[in-house]
Design a protein around this ligand. Sequence first.
Ligand code: CA
Length: 661
Amino acid sequence: MKKGIMIFGFIIQLFSGKAQKSEYDKYPVYTGSDLGVTYTKGKTTFKIWAPTANEVELDFYKKGVAGTIEDMSNAVSMEKEANGVWSYSAYFDIKGTFYVFRVNIDGRTSDDISDPYAKAIGINGKRAMVVNLKETNPPGWEKDRSPVFKNPTDAVIYELHVRDASIAANSGIKNKGKFLGLTENGTKNSDGLSTGLDHLKELGVTHIHLLPFYDYNSVDETKPDAKYNWGYDPLNYNVPEGSYSTNANDPLARIKEFKQLVQAFHKNGLRVVMDVVYNHTALTEKSNFNQLVPDYYYRQTKDGKFSNATACGNETASERPMMRKFILESMKYWVQEYHIDGFRIDLMGVHDIETMNLISKELHKIKPDILLYGEGWTAGASPLPDSLRALKANVSKLDRIAVFSDDIRDGIKGHVFTYDAKGFASGQPGTEESVKFGIVAACKHPQVDYKKVNYSKKPYAAEPYQTITYAECHDNHCLWDKLAISNKDATEAEREEMQKLALSIVLTSQGISFLHAGSEFLRSKKGVENSFESPDSINAIDWSLKTKNKNVFEYVKALIKMRKEHPAFRMTTAKQIASNIKFLEGLPAGVIAYTMNGSAVADKWKKIFVAFNGTGKDISITAQPGSYKCFVAGNMVSETIGGYEGYWRLDAYSCSIMYQE
Ligand code: CA
């Protein structure tokens, strides 16, 4: 979310019990799967759902730029069919023709409206284009396959903005800021270290979660370098963003180039997660949805205004059949046409549970190993009751969908909105139970004292795949800046250990691991809290940091490798977690340690010992009985742990990992 606003547990319920029945329930429902354009050489059919319209006009244009009436080539009246659908068929090849709709409702004519189902679009998303999608496939596309992936808890997700990845002068990437920038192999920074795609491969993550890359509103595609945005302001849901294309004027270029990105990722062993924002649209009164069918696609407050659980001016009504259908068909389209491997659902708490479960069921049919996760919260009150929405507290009712755990995130580093708040990794006492809650992936565990967990007072996840474990995402201060702001007295060397400890907790905890791009080499956004519209100077990934902080990068890479090789860190059931993880009792404040029974989950490390010292002092604890080997000591891959006879030394702000074979 743009503003990263979250409201914990005090969402106001305007209506209780069940969803409010409204006049919109009387609208006819269309169940066909051919809304938008169905193209063949000999016949192209246009269909649009506009049940309240008295007349619908379809205008054809030669160009994709709006505002030039002189290039209009034709205008036709659409025919009214059953269930609110209007239709028109052209019996000649009209591939490459741009089109818009205009509806007349009770004597009022709308603006030109782009087709919400558009599959190709002109510059700045104003006019859709008739496309033969086969012509957008890069060579070898039919052979494109996603890398093998088994359990959701095997995922190590890396969250990245397309432009940030390559735009810096030191990226060594040719197609800076573009989809194609992430298809280049062999790119290096000035010290010869890999950047871009090769860096992602070297790091060893499994999924690249790209910030919004559907067509969004805030960047003028005629001047893609003039303004920056994260892209949480959707315009056309089923088309890639033009500013990431090498030629936004050519509707085919963005489609083909994004497919090239997917193809390159798949070839390099990486899966692609799409950040989707169906909870609101960039425009409200003037959105294509709202001009076609006024108010239908959005929830209203009691007094008939647009409700605003997103803090972006409107919230969509996923519980209404045609909105539900739109979201489902859109996500299916991205999977089928673009081979997308997963979705991150923005402000998922705005959507209703029934819709989310339908989506999950249908997407799993197409791609059984698809990864689905979302933000289990809203940014304001919604008229739909809490009990019906896909909130974090309801995740156990969701079918194969995970939620972000803000409990462990803020347990690790401190509350995101209280700038000077510290967390476990920066020496804050009393945060142990929140971190332990995250270690067990928000599942039920006999040794977690849920009363002391920061936000959730009970285990909300029924299974570990329902929890995303993270310390940082694009919202709020990035981890390195947060540590600097909240630990002004700490030295840079100390803060580096804090960051390594924070990432150690993420990568050793149960659930699904999630990293924000650049955290593996101490990325900074120069103190900017929410950089959604900050320039490249704030957002660009500075690839010289990989050289400067190479030890952090190598450490994170080693932990990812360890996680992938050892199933004990990614158990698949809550039962396994409850019976195979034992927290040590009686430890000093600020220290968490636990053992895992690796044998029980077929790990070649039969017994594993993990310890985190979140304090600024070295602490010695009694060594575990038996003979252990050391994998990590003091935030470094090491064969020895310090200490004296019968004691292990846990360095200040550090992680230790020991094992028995
Ligand atoms: Ca755009």
